[in-house]
Every structure is written in structure tokens, then in C-alpha cells.
Design a protein around this ligand. Structure first.
Ligand code: GDP
Ligand code: IMO
Ligand code: MG
Length: 433
């Protein structure tokens, strides 16, 4: 039996099991009550994690959600990509709300920087791809990780070595400007303005830069509890997701080992956040997508608009193949099911239990994602509960059909449900004991 979600454990990870926006922000915030440190291991400001409490609403992009609880220290790991201006803007928003931020942040010198030329390059690539575009968040994520893999990226630690920084910025601007000029007919970027921006960023974050791997290991050894916050979702993972319609990092559990410097055997619990239905922003296959009035109804009721870009999210039914695949890939032992309240009014709720591919029925998510556009979902129909779940805080107060729906999710995924969310606020939560 996995530990209860309400019980503290030394090292717990929270990750998304679908295409992102599962409600990770809310779940990390809830679990933050018993932790000392919250750490992010991948991604950048493409994330949008929403937390609501006491009538206030926060959306975190780069800074771990734990920052909202004043006792928590937060780590931005080496696997992340940080855009200086977005970072400073986010700090300013939080400070304006009265939160002390910089003194609680630990930034890895190994994290890569996203510079304006990455965002400009991404825009050019997306525009020239036409109908084939990925539909990215436009935050420069892909080009920054491409530079990392090409070994030409600029890292947080480089900011403190003047000569290295200047050389790297020069080499990058020369190459990128060739692209802008000859391939994309765009304005060139200025080496000096990049350096100026980086120098003022360095002056602000200097005291936050830390050996984060050492800090995390030492903290764990001295009895502190750590929560690891993932961004995006399993199906957006660069290896296991719906490539090429994915993000550019490993969102799955392995990314944590390389993005923070932990052996995954240190983990005590892996929590998968799963929406009671499915959404996706951007392009790419989505077998259970509803492109009819029902999809529109889910979008309206669930307020499914991107927390980062404001784009309408594509909506569809719960896909058990996707969720089971995520449970397997990440070794998830506990599920947090969110947005159950969005299904309150439905008479019947279809759940996808198999795919029909070229006349054959399969119950396993296909390794060959090129098959996905041809997939026809096979549904099992479950009865709706036709009443509001608002105010329910105990499992046995849930109407019978809601319990049946949740139990079916457990059967189909093989993971135990530890928490059910029935509204955006902290209070709208059922801890399953
Ligand atoms: P994340 O990226 O996984 O953190 O998720 P987002 O914040 O992008 O999107 C989830 C949205 O659903 C946010 O607006 C949350 O406030 C909201 N939310 C979370 N849990 C629930 C829930 O149980 N019910 C409802 N109605 N909204 C929820
Ligand atoms: P959170 O952490 C949902 C999607 C984009 C696009 C693809 C690649 O809030 O769950 P990118 O900008 O990363 O190169 O875009 O990934 N995407 C997300 N979708 N939630 C997110 O983050 C996402 N981050 C990226 O829409 O399809
Ligand atoms: Mg989000």
C-alpha cells in the first residue's frame, strides 16, 4: 500500500499523466503543507500552474508552486530552462503580493538560459511550418534545449565568468544572426543588449545561485521533506510523448534524476495528477477529443483556457490507455484525480477503454504514435451523478456513481486514488484515507 497522500514522506514527486494542465499546481500546493522544499527539474515558463486559496489566484510559470507557502524553499534544477525577463517579472508579481521570494530560491548553475533569440527563432520555425506547426507556447523552450543538446547553450553559472559569457554570447549571436538574416529575413539581435540584460539578471539572482544537488541531498539527510514538481505531462515527454507534438524535455520521472541529480531509488512516492477527462493545448493527436457541443461544454464548465497563453484547450473524454501508460512509465503509486466537479451535469460519462486501429482492438497505448491519428476510441459508458460535488470533503459523501467512476479509474490504471479534487480551491478536496 502506498503512503497516504496526507502523510509526510521524505521525497515525493508529483507529475502530470496526460497532456499537461491536469491540476499539478493545486496538488503541489496541497501537498506543500508538510514539506520544506519544492523543486522543479525541467521545462521553463511554458508551464502555467494555478493555485487558488482565500479568494486569491496565483499562476506560477518558472518558480515552483511551493513559493506560495512562506516556510518553503524552492529549487530551480539544472534541467530547467530559464528566461531572465520572465523570471524577474514573476518574482515582481509575487513580491507585489507580499511574498518574500529571492531569499527562498536556489537556482542551479547548470540550468540553461533562454535568450530572446531563442523565442525569435521559435516564432520563425513555427510560422514557416504552417499547418505542421507544433503550436508551442512561444517561450523559446525548443531552441534553448536544442542549444543545450548542441553544446552551445549558455548556463546560469556562465553569468559569473565574464570572459566565458562574452565569448558564448558572441558565438551564439553570430550564428543566430546568420539564420535571422539569410533564412528568415528577420532583424538581427544585438550582442551588447543581450549582455546588458544578462548582467542585470546576474546582479539580481547572484545570491540565489547554489549547488542545488548538494542542497537537496543534504536537506534530505537532515530530515527535511522534499516535493518534486513536474511541468507539462507524460504525453508531452520528448521520448515517450506524441512526438513531434511534445515539449523538449523529459517530463517523466527519469527527467527528475537528470534534472536535479537524484537517483530515483531515493523516491518514496510518485503521485500522478489526472484530470477526470482529458485536455490538450496545441497540435497533435488526441484520440478522445470531442469536436462537438459536448467538447465545448467541457471547455466552458472546466474553464479550459491555457494558464500561460490563454488558448482554448481541446477537450475530450478520459482515456484509460493514456493514464495506464503514464502509471507504468512513471511508476505512479498514487493518483490525484482533479476536476470531477466538471462532470457534475452529465447523464452519462464515456470512458475510453480501448483503441480500434485498422480494425483491430488494442488496450495498450501504441509505441508507434504515428498510428494515433487513425485511432477510433472504444468507450464504456458510466452513469453520471447529476448533482453538485461542491462542498463534499469525504469519500463516503460522494454519490454512488461518482465513486463508481473513480473506482473504474483505479481498475483501469492499476493505481490507487489518494486525492479527489472537486473545485479549484484548496478546500475543494477529498483526501482518500
Ligand atoms: P497545471 O498546469 O497542471 O498546474 O494545471 P493548470 O493550472 O494549467 O490548469 C488547471 C486548472 O484547473 C486551473 O485553473 C485550476 O485552478 C483548475 N482546477 C484544479 N483542480 C480543479 C478542480 O478540481 N475543479 C475545477 N473546477 N477546477 C480545478
Ligand atoms: P503545464 O506545466 C499544457 C504544450 C504546448 C505545445 C507543446 C510544445 O502548465 O501543464 P513548448 O512551448 O513546450 O515547446 O510547447 O507542449 N505545452 C503544454 N501544454 N500544459 C503545459 O504546461 C504545457 N507546456 C507546453 O501547448 O503543444
Ligand atoms: Mg498548466
Amino acid at each position: 500500500m502506498p503512503a497516504l497522500l496526507s502523510a509526510p514522506v521524505p521525497l515525493r514527486a508529483v507529475l502530470g499523466t496526460q497532456w499537461g494542465d491536469e491540476g499539478k499546481g493545486k496538488v503541489v500546493d496541497l501537498l506543500g503543507e508538510n514539506v520544506d522544499i519544492v523543486a522543479r527539474y525541467q521545462g521553463g515558463a511554458n508551464a502555467g500552474h494555478t493555485v487558488e486559496f482565500d479568494g486569491d489566484k496565483f499562476i506560477l510559470h518558472l518558480i515552483p508552486t511551493g513559493i506560495l507557502r512562506p516556510h518553503i524553499h524552492c529549487v530551480l534544477g539544472n534541467g530547467m530552462v530559464i528566461h531572465p525577463d520572465s523570471f524577474l517579472k514573476e518574482v515582481a508579481v509575487l513580491e507585489k503580493k507580499g511574498l518574500e521570494v529571492l531569499s527562498r530560491l536556489h537556482i542551479s548553475p547548470g540550468a540553461h538560459l533562454i535568450l530572446d533569440y531563442h523565442q525569435q527563432l521559435e516564432k520563425c520555425c513555427e510560422e514557416s511550418a504552417g499547418d505542421e506547426r507544433i503550436g508551442t507556447t512561444g517561450r523559446g523552450i525548443g531552441p534553448a534545449y536544442a542549444d543545450k543538446a548542441s553544446r552551445v547553450g549558455i548556463r546560469v553559472g556562465d553569468l559569473f565568468h565574464e570572459r566565458i559569457l562574452k565569448t558564448r554570447v558572441r558565438e551564439n549571436t553570430v550564428i543566430k544572426n546568420r539564420w535571422f538574416k539569410s533564412v528568415y529575413q528577420q532583424n538581427e539581435v544585438s550582442e551588447q543588449s543581450i549582455l546588458n540584460a544578462l548582467q542585470s539578471f546576474r546582479d539580481r539572482i547572484g545570491p540565489c545561485v547554489d549547488d542545488t544537488t548538494w542542497f537537496l541531498h543534504q536537506s534530505l539527510q537532515s530530515g527535511k521533506n522534499i516535493l518534486i514538481e513536474s511541468a507539462q505531462g507524460t504525453l508531452l515527454d520528448i521520448d515517450f510523448g506524441t512526438y513531434p507534438f511534445v515539449t523538449s524535455s523529459n517530463t517523466t520521472l527519469g527527467g527528475m534524476a537528470t534534472g536535479l541529480g537524484f537517483g530515483i531509488r531515493k523516491l518514496n512516492q510518485v503521485v500522478g495528477v489526472v484530470k477526470a477527462y482529458t485536455t490538450r493545448v496545441g497540435n497533435g493527436p488526441f484520440p478522445t477529443e470531442l469536436i462537438d457541443d459536448t467538447g465545448e461544454r467541457l471547455r466552458k464548465t472546466g474553464e479550459e483556457y491555457g494558464a500561460t497563453t490563454g488558448r482554448p484547450r481541446r477537450c475530450g473524454w478520459f482515456d484509460a490507455l493514456v493514464a495506464r501508460y503514464s502509471v507504468m512509465l512513471n511508476g505512479i503509486d498514487s493518483l490525484a484525480v482533479t476536476k470531477m466537479d466538471v462532470l457534475d451535469d452529465l447523464d452519462e460519462i464515456p470512458v475510453c477503454i480501448a483503441y480500434r486501429i485498422h480494425g483491430r482492438e488494442v488496450t495498450r497505448f501504441p509505441a508507434d504514435v504515428n498510428l494515433l491519428p487513425d485511432v477510433e476510441p472504444v468507450y464504456e459508458i458510466l452513469p453520471g451523478w447529476k448533482r453538485s460535488l461542491l462542498g463534499i470533503t469525504k469519500w463516503n459523501q460522494l454519490p454512488h456513481p461518482a465513486r463508481r467512476y473513480l473506482k473504474r479509474i483505479e481498475e483501469l490504471t492499476g493505481a490507487t486514488i489518494g486525492l479527489v479534487s472537486v473545485g479549484p480551491s484548496r478546500k475543494a478536496t477529498i483526501w482518500v484515507e
